[in-house]
Write a protein that binds this ligand. Structure first.
Ligand code: GTP
Ligand code: MG
Length: 335
């Protein structure tokens, strides 16, 4: 039986006919689907392979309104092109940089905000938060109230940015309702838009995230995925390298230092990923996977989508060995 009841966890239409399809439940009296039930109660995560059609359809509908949009981004995983969202949405938009808790405390928030402002993208405001640790959530709510043209406020962004976590936090902090949105470390947890009436003045709308095909999360085992997502504050690791030396990152990535003076490589990634220095000529580990060559300018980051980045101080030519489908790019040093 299909009903017009939607899962309170992921927003999908509930049904009890096909257990292989989204929204399946054994009992139509349930408020959440079986997939959400398993994720919430047993931490059993099921990957839902979604195309981005649904995401784009929802974005386009949001773009037809004049409502406020929070564009949520993971600080460790800033988009290569933050302005891209503007091609879909003309709405007033606040950029919300989430997961502050995993960046080193020594990094200053105002420096990051300055960096983003220098990119010249038209956000009405930029707020750095940690949805998990309840950091700056009050400030964010203030900024929402200050800027909302209507009751509705949409939360959009890439999958895993923490949209549902943020909305659950707002529900817990500012209402008497139960926070029911499903959260998971895997991509595509939320499957449809979900409206949450927070107060008479504010309705938050959770949305499915954009699946980023260049993100490392799509290409690793769940075991490695757990290591890749940092749970604690990152302790940056610095290596002084001479040309002819290499670094092995976990068992999935290799950087060869081909050309340049003595140089400093600082890694901002999960503390659980081990890094090892080896001799370029003597150690052949991972040399058989796809190679990309980068000419690094002064003070640039080499970013690996979904993993983190390496800050390289001086000019350098490096070879990067990594699964070819994982996006790698360079940018002016964030920190
Ligand atoms: N360290 C840290 N992790 C966070 C924070 N906020 C969310 N997360 C984690 O990020 C992962 C994704 O969170 P979700 O809230 O499911 O992300 P989402 O944006 O709703 O993802 P989709 O529904 O797939 O689009 C989960 O493992 C969360 O625990 C934060 O402030 N800090
Ligand atoms: Mg979600």
């Amino acid at each position: 039986m299909k009903s017009n009841k939607y899962c309170l966890g992921c927003g999908v239409l509930l049904q009890d006919e096909n257990m292989l399809q989204d929204g399946y439940t054994t009992n139509m009296d349930n408020d959440i689907c079986q997939r959400c039930f398993r994720m919430k109660n047993y931490g059993e995560y099921e990957i839902s392979t979604k195309s981005n059609d649904e995401y784009l359809k929802i974005l386009k509908a949001v773009g037809k309104t004049k409502d406020l949009v929070l564009y949520l981004t993971d600080l460790l995983n800033l988009d290569r092109d933050l302005a891209h969202i503007k091609t879909y949405l003309n709405n007033p938009m606040i950029l919300v940089l989430n997961k502050r808790d995993v960046l080193p405390k020594s990094v200053r928030d105002d420096k990051i905000i300055e960096y983003i402002k220098d990119l010249g993208i038209n956000f009405i405001d930029i707020v750095i938060i940690s949805a998990n640790k309840n950091y700056n959530i009050d400030l964010l709510l203030k900024k929402i109230k200050l800027n909302q043209p209507s009751k509705k406020c949409y939360v959009v962004g890439h999958t895993n940015a923490g949209k549902s976590t943020l909305i659950n936090k707002l529900i817990k902090n500012y209402s008497n309702q139960e926070a029911t949105l499903t959260i998971s470390p895997l991509p595509s947890t939320t499957l449809n838009k979900i409206e949450i009436v927070l107060s008479d003045y504010l309705t938050l709308v959770d949305t499915p995230g954009l699946v980023d095909h260049g993100n490392i999360s799509n290409y690793v085992s769940t075991e490695l995925l757990k290591k890749i997502h940092p749970k604690k504050e990152i302790k940056p690791k610095t290596y002084q390298l001479k040309k002819g030396q290499s670094l092995l990152i976990g068992d999935f990535m290799r950087i060869d230092y081909i050309e340049g003076a003595r140089n400093s490589f600082t890694f901002y990634l999960s503390n659980d990923i081990k890094i090892k220095r080896v001799n370029l000529d003597k150690n052949m580990t991972l040399k058989n996977i796809a190679k990309r060559t980068y000419d690094i300018k002064y003070h640039e980051d080499l970013v690996v989508n979904g993993l983190g980045w390496v800050k390289i101080v001086d000019k350098a030519t490096i070879d990067v060995f990594l699964d070819k489908d994982i996006e790698v790019f360079t940018r002016k040093s964030l920190i």
